[in-house]
Write a protein that binds this ligand. Structure first.
Ligand SMILES: *Cc1c(COP(=O)(O)O)cnc(C)c1O
Length: 723
């Protein structure tokens, strides 16, 4: 590490805490330093500091203007870390004593840490950042995948290629977790024929610490070192082993670090074994099986994320048993309760009864939620067999609708507008709908200019990427076009970016090529579409959908008005949600649990054009965007539904979206469109914020669990059943 001059000695500390990434003044400080470097790293202050020459830093250390800004950032950081800037958690003083342990197989916190695949991870990251902002005591438990999720290249014939790169730990915003100074934390886990060692890394998000586990240690056999290499790679057995590390290793790492959570939150079923491990611990401490189960239920929160049946992990009983037998010294005794234990996870799978992680999590958690109202209804129907005596409406799965971490996703241009026209401290109050009435005061011209600046930045971003691929990798000329170099800043631009999964129907808008072509190439009012997204490496149908989209981007008939951006990640998402004119989403209802990218778009004045599913089913109000097709849920795999939705989409574009966008007043301003942008911002920003969401988690799930934790097991039973 470069020697850091004394006046700016805390820069490395700032760079190591991702707090900087959602505080504009801190971001500006590092951007200023980036300007001193010829080829700055990709928004990564840690590698930036390591690559800077000492002279450059000395120069800043002598610049009074820079020192002033540095001091202000350090003061704000210290205030936040000391909890001086939030009042929410102080309403619940008893909560701060022991934290919520939040388990998730992925965390999307920054593009420099590629340990997420999609919405599930981004949500986990946004929750952790918001918990820091609100002062909710939370620690994250997850996985450090040294090869992360893959980087995506698309070949000239539209085939996705997966590239795995080793994460350079020295440049990632992590450090080894220590049990005491100088003593790194390593957790041992007994597998059937060998001992597995798990290393622990800590990522700092303001006041929240994420503990990420990793098996890539010299002490492990080569195949065990590979265990945590990749997110969602490998076969069933590898996946089970990963979930053992996540769930069981996760509990043990917290114990090793001396952290005693009051509440345990499993984000999706991947970490459900965490609940079994706690049953084992309690039995070891002398509880009966039933008492242990009740105690675990009272203090456990579970969030389910998908209505897609294949999205719920299920394993063969024999496989699970092979591992569980060896995991605890206490298991031989637990053996007497073997059948009851396995029955906690039993669920009817297509191939017969199996060990289902979601069923296990639902049965061992007393506080459960889905991620939108619509998803709540679907989940209650889907999991009703677990509560056969209850009517569907009383199945105890509540819902907390997802929201996005506003400081992370708002564009600097809009932050500036909001500071002027909402309030200087708008960020501190951003879940208050009244505050957002201030959006009406933003002058048309300023609102339009802010949006245009972001659109131009997006197009430049795409061109820069295309240029790099063209000169470094000799991509084909047609690919240079397919990645967006012919896009026109004046044309109405739709954005569609999400994981490629069949139910998301990326190709819906391509269904009628002639009608699409007419829309895109109408010379007076052209339309263009920017696509992005990865297909799971093992999902061949999804890869074929991606190929269809890519071929459309290559097709001269569309005149370069369809673009595909490779390697969708948080950084690409950041540019896309801010820079397009309309955010398009066409899932097949009811399979979109929530979705959050459209919330990021609306926060930046980009209206949604979406099927009424997930969050949009409650977010759409008739004035803030468009609803595609009928709201009711049809047969899931219906050709007819696809045809109807595609027809509705074309018609909306032809008769409403395009005419509205191009309606200009004599000064060139799109007045009705600007009204729509304001409606999108006002109706979405406060309600679909992570701030509103985390407050609901605290009030509806954590507080009841905290209360249950502090009462005896007997009463906690009644309480958790009332959920
Ligand atoms: C926000 C985000 C998502 C989740 O958005 P969806 O609407 O669920 O697709 C996925 N991936 C990235 C990179 C994101 O930023």
């Amino acid at each position: 590490m470069t020697l850091i001059p004394l006046p700016i000695a805390r820069l490395p500390e700032l760079a190591r805490n991702l707090w900087w990434s959602w505080h504009p003044e801190a971001r500006d400080l590092f951007e200023e330093l980036e300007r001193a470097v010829l080829d700055p790293p990709h928004h990564n202050p840690l590698s930036l500091l390591q690559g800077m020459r000492e002279g450059e830093l000395e120069l800043r250390a002598k610049d009074p203007e820079f020192i002033k800004r540095y001091n202000a950032v350090v003061a704000a950081f210290d205030d936040d870390m000391a909890g001086k800037t939030t009042r929410f958690a102080s309403r619940f003083p008893h909560l701060t004593a022991s934290p919520v342990a939040y388990f998730s197989a992925e965390f999307g916190v920054h593009s420099a840490l590629p340990v997420y695949a999609g919405g599930l991870g981004i949500l986990a990251g946004d929750i952790a950042k918001e918990a820091s902002d609100l002062g909710v005591p939370l620690v994250g438990v997850g996985f450090m995948y040294p090869q992360g999720y893959f980087r995506q290249h698309v070949s000239a014939d539209g085939r996705q290629q997966e590239i795995y790169e080793r994460l350079d730990r020295a440049l990632a915003p992590t450090e080894p977790a220590c049990t005491q100074p100088g003593q790194t934390c390593v957790v041992p886990l007994q597998l059937p024929d060998r001992l597995l060692h798990v290393a622990v890394w800590v990522v700092r998000l303001g006041r929240v610490a994420l503990y990420l586990m990793d098996t890539d240690l010299d002490a492990n056999a080569p195949w065990d070192r590979e265990l945590s290499a990749r997110l969602y790679g490998g076969d069933q057995e590898l996946r089970l082993r990963q979930e053992i590390v996540l769930g069981i290793g996760g509990v043990r790492l917290l114990r090793a670090l001396g952290i005693a959570p009051a509440i345990w939150h499993a984000n999706e079923g991947h970490s459900a074994l965490m609940m079994l491990e706690r049953v084992r611990e309690l039995m070891e401490a002398g509880r009966t099986f039933d008492q242990a189960v009740e105690e675990v239920r009272a203090t456990t929160v579970f969030t389910s994320h998908t209505p897609v049946p294949a999205g719920h992990d299920a394993f063969r009983f024999s496989l699970v048993e092979k591992y569980l037998k060896h995991l605890g010294a206490y298991w031989p005794d637990l053996g007497r309760t073997r059948d009851r234990l396995l029955s906690l996870a039993t669920h009817q799978e297509p191939s017969g009864p199996g060990f289902n992680m979601t069923a296990l999590a639902l049965r061992l958690s007393g506080h459960r939620n889905a991620v939108s109202r619509r998803h709540g209804e679907v989940s209650r129907r889907m999991w009703r067999p677990l509560w056969p005596s209850l009517p569907e409406t009383e199945v105890p799965i509540a819902s907390v609708t997802n929201g996005v971490h506003v400081p992370s996703w708002v564009a600097p241009e809009f932050d500036r507008l909001y500071r002027v026209y909402l309030s200087k401290d708008w960020i501190a109050r951003h879940d208050d709908p009244v505050l957002w009435e201030g959006v009406e005061a933003i002058p048309d011209r300023e609102l339009w200019e802010a949006h245009r600046a972001l659109k131009l930045r997006l197009l430049r971003f795409l061109r820069d990427r295309a240029r790099r691929r063209w000169s470094e990798e000799r991509s084909a000329l047609s690919q240079v076009v397919a990645t967006g170099t012919l896009l026109d800043p004046e044309a109405l631009t739709l954005g569609f970016a999400r994981r490629f999964a069949a139910y998301k129907r990326a190709t819906l808008i391509l269904r009628d090529p002639a009608r699409l072509r007419a829309l895109l190439t109408y010379s007076r009012h052209p339309v263009q579409i920017i696509f992005a997204g990865k297909a799971h490496p093992a999902d061949e149908p999804a890869k074929q959908l991606l190929q269809q989209v890519y071929r459309a981007a290559l097709d001269p008939a569309y005149g370069g008005r369809i673009a595909f951006v490779e390697d969708y990640d948080m950084h690409v998402a950041y540019h896309l949600v801010q820079g397009v004119d309309v955010w398009l989403n066409t899932p097949r209802p009811p399979l979109e649990a929530s979705g959050t990218s459209g919330q990021k778009a609306a926060l930046n004045g980009v209206p949604n054009l979406s099927v009424l599913d997930g969050w949009w089913a409650e977010g759409y109000d008739g004035t803030n965007g468009w609803a595609i097709g009928a709201p009711e849920v049809g047969p899931e795999d219906s050709e007819a539904r696809d045809a109807a939705d595609a027809g509705a989409l074309y018609q909306l574009l032809e008769t409403e979206v395009v005419p509205l966008y191009y309606e200009r007043d004599p000064t060139g301003l799109p007045k009705p469109w600007l009204r729509l942008m304001r409606r999108a911002i006002r109706s979405v920003a406060p309600r679909f914020s992570a701030r509103r969401m985390v407050k609901e988690y605290v009030e509806q799930l954590y507080l009841p669990a905290w209360t249950a934790a502090s009462t005896s097991t007997g009463t906690s039973r009644a309480r958790s059943d009332r959920q």
